[in-house]
Write a protein that binds this ligand. Structure first.
Ligand SMILES: Nc1ncnc2c1ncn2[C@@H]1O[C@H](COP(=O)(O)OP(=O)(O)OP(=O)(O)O)[C@@H](O)[C@H]1O
Length: 258
């Protein structure tokens, strides 16, 4: 992976409240160009609120947030950002095909112009990346929950974002499809994209992730290299039943963060 050192996203001392409840209490978080960062933490630690704040859906009560070097309030280049919300049913009941939903991911680039060749190519590529090319003509209502999630990921990928933000993209996605998504992310990163993901387990994504940031009660508790995490899915125990290197570094029990 080839991180460039220029932050594509920077949160400094970010605070936010939901209703009367202070939820983010001074988050410092950077994603640099070409980097894949996983945001971990227990239920309610503020992961979703952090990414929703980053895409302007939750107003800040303090701190600073920049996208591509611009303060959020002046940032207009939303076509550079792809966002996959936490498992949503945004397209449920909508009489649209898989291809039509994924094509909506081109809107920020093409506006209301009809789909051109570049749009169609990007949509076909995105469908292919998530393994749904053969379902392109089906109604989204005929899909399972996990397939639906993959459609939403394809919609974000179709916009060819430079920064992809995904909130629990693996929720309800089977292991084979998680591997497909890991390959799709690898491909995006090799094209220079940066990624911020909310996860509960790294699973098949572990090899793609450069850095993990653990939240607790609306603050960054730890920043780790994924190899320092205790994630049984990606760090099998040794013959003695210990994690490799267990004595050197305290491990984060990601399974217990859920
Ligand atoms: N609409 C709301 N109004 C008030 N408080 C809220 C609202 N939505 C979430 N919260 C609170 O904000 C805190 C952070 O929620 P958030 O969804 O960011 O956590 P999370 O780390 O993403 O959790 P999970 O792993 O369960 O998805 C929680 O304590 C939650 O109860």
């Amino acid at each position: 992976m080839s991180a460039t050192g220029n932050p594509v996203m920077a949160l400094r001392g970010v605070c936010a409240a939901l209703g009367a409840r202070p939820v983010l209490r001074g988050i410092d978080l950077e994603v640099v160009g070409g980097e894949v960062v996983a945001l971990l933490g227990a239920n309610g630690s503020g992961k979703s609120t952090t990414v929703r704040a980053a895409v302007g859906q939750v107003p800040l009560t303090g701190g600073e947030l920049e996208l591509f070097g611009k303060p959020l309030r002046r940032f207009r280049q939303w076509r550079r950002v792809g966002y996959v919300p936490q498992r949503s049913t945004a397209t449920a009941g909508v009489p649209a095909t898989v291809r039509e939903v994924v094509s909506a991911g081109r809107l920020a680039r093409r506006g209301l112009r009809p789909l051109g060749r570049a749009d169609r190519t990007a949509v076909a590529r995105a469908l292919d990346l998530v393994g749904l090319a053969d379902r392109a003509g089906d109604s989204v209502d005929e899909l399972s929950g996990g397939q639906h999630q993959r459609v939403l990921i394809a919609r974000a990928l179709a916009g060819e974002p430079e920064l992809l933000i995904m909130d629990e993209p693996l929720a309800g996605v089977d292991l084979a499809s998680q591997q497909i998504l890991a390959d799709a992310l690898s491909e995006e990163v090799s094209r220079g994209s940066s990624v911020l993901l909310v996860l509960h387990e790294l699973g098949p994504l572990a090899p793609v992730i450069d850095r993990t940031v653990v939240l607790r009660s609306g603050r960054v508790e730890r920043v780790e290299h994924p190899e320092q995490l205790h994630d049984l899915a990606c760090h099998p125990l040794d013959a003695a039943g210990r994690l490799p290197g267990a004595a050197e570094a305290p491990k984060i029990e990601t399974g217990l963060l859920t």
